[in-house]
Design a protein around this ligand. Sequence first.
Ligand SMILES: NC(=O)c1ccc[n+]([C@@H]2O[C@H](COP(=O)([O-])OP(=O)(O)OC[C@H]3O[C@@H](n4cnc5c(N)ncnc54)[C@H](O)[C@@H]3O)[C@@H](O)[C@H]2O)c1
Length: 457
Amino acid sequence: MKITIVGAGYVGLVSSACFAELGNHVVCVERDGARVAQLHEGIVPIHEPGLPELIARNLAAGRLAFTTDLAQGVRHAQLLFIAVGTPMAQDGSADLSQVLEVARAVGRHLSRFLVVANKSTVPVGTAQQVHSAIAHELAARRLARVPAFAVASNPEFLKEGAAVEDFMRPDRVVIGVPPGSAGTRAESLLRRAYAPFNRNHERMVVMDVKSAELTKYAANTLLATKISFMNDMAALADALGADIEQVRRGIGSDRRIGYDFIYAGLGYGGSCFPKDVAAICHTARAAGERLRVVEAVQAVNAGQPARFAERVLRHFGGSLEGRTIALWGLTFKPGTDDVREAPSRAIVRALVAAGAQVQAHDPLVHSLDQLMPDEPAAQRVRLEPHVRFCADPLAAARGADALVIATEWKIYRSPDLPALRRALRAPVVFDGRNLFDPQDMARAGFIYQGVGRGQER
Ligand SMILES: NC(=O)c1ccc[n+]([C@@H]2O[C@H](COP(=O)([O-])OP(=O)(O)OC[C@H]3O[C@@H](n4cnc5c(N)ncnc54)[C@H](O)[C@@H]3O)[C@@H](O)[C@H]2O)c1
C-alpha cells in the first residue's frame, strides 16, 4: 500500500518506519528540512529503542523516503496520516494550526481519491474541520472534476520509550469513519493497512469519528486520573503515617484496579497528558459542561513538584543557600529523551530559586539547552551558573548535601549504597519515584524520604 505520513516526530517517525517494515511504501513528510537531511544521513533525531534499525533497513530497501515536499506526499498516497503536533494553546485548548495547515496543503494538491486519517490527538470536531479545510482549497482550484476524499480518525496510543513495540503490537487500533460511501472506502483501506496487526486476534475497534476523537482523550485522562488519585492518597498516607507503596500493592492486586499507573510520585509530565487533560477540560467548558474530576486531576498534578521541592527545603530549614543538591533523572519518564513538561524542570527551578547548586545526571539529557529547549534564553542564562551536568550518577552525588531522584531510570534502581553514602556529604535522599524501601535505606544509614511513605510530619 502507498502511505504518506505527515510529521516526523515520535508518532510520525515510528508509524512511518513500522508501516514500511510491513511492506508498504511510505513517504514521510516533515517541514523541518534539517531533520529530513539528518534522517537521510541515518541520524534519528529522537531516542526510541529499535527505531534507528527499522529506519535504516527500510530506507535501504527503498520502502521509506523522507521529504519536505507535501505535494509529493499527496501524489504518492492512497492513505495519508496526519501526525503533526497539537500543542497546548494559551487558553488550554489544543492548537490545531499544524493540523489545519496540512489539511489546506492536501486540498491544494489532491488529484484523486484519498483517505486522510488523523493520528494527531485532536478534539472532537477536528475531522470535520480538516474536511472543510480540504474542501475549501479544492473549491478554490475550480477543477472540472473534484476528487473525492474521506477524513477518518485514527488516534495513536503508543508510549514513548516503547513506541515501536506498541505500534507493532497494539492493544487495539481505534478508527473513526464518517458515514457514506467515502467512509466505507476509508474503513476498508484502514482495515487493509492494519490487517498485519490483527493476525493473532482482531484488534480493530471501528466507530464514528467523534467517538474515536473522544476515545483518545478519555484514555489519556483516565490514566492521568489514576496518577493524580494516587498522589492525593499519598498526601493522606503521609499525614496519617501510612505507606502508599504498601497501599499500592494492596489495591493493585484487585484485577478491577490493576498495578499500572498507580505509582505515587512527582506527577505526570511529557508531551501528551498535560496538554490532553487541559484540552479535554477546555472542550468540556466550550460544550457547556465541566469535568470536575478531571479539573481536580490537573490541580493535584500541578502541585506535585512544588510540594516535593518544599519537602527538601523544609529539611534544610527553608533555605538552600550554600547547599549542593544532586539530581538524578531529568526526562519526564525513563526510556525517552523527551523533557516536555518534565517535573524535573520545576524541581531544578525551585532548588535554584532557594539558593542551591544542582549537580544533575540523566542518561540522555546533558545540558540546560536540552532540558529547557523551549524556555526563554534568559531563563537558561539565569540557571546556567547553578546547574552542572555530571557524567555518571555517583559523580552527581559527590559532595552534595542531599540527593533528589526525579526520574526512575533503571540505572538508579540498584545503586551501590555504601558508595553513594561515601559520595554524598550528608546521607540524605529525597526519592520522588519511591524506588527504595524506607527501612532498607534507614538500615543503610540514609535519611530517606519518598512520596506518601508516611513521613510528612
Ligand atoms: N509523543 C507521543 O507519545 C504521542 C502518543 C500518542 C499521540 N501523540 C499525538 O501525536 C501528535 C504528534 O506528536 P509527536 O510527539 O510525534 O509530535 P512531535 O512534535 O514530536 O512531531 C511533530 C512533527 O510534525 C512536524 N510538522 C508540523 N507541521 C508540519 C507540516 N505542516 N508538514 C510537515 N511536518 C510538520 C514538526 O516539525 C514535528 O517534527 C500529537 O498530537 C500528540 O498529542 C503523541
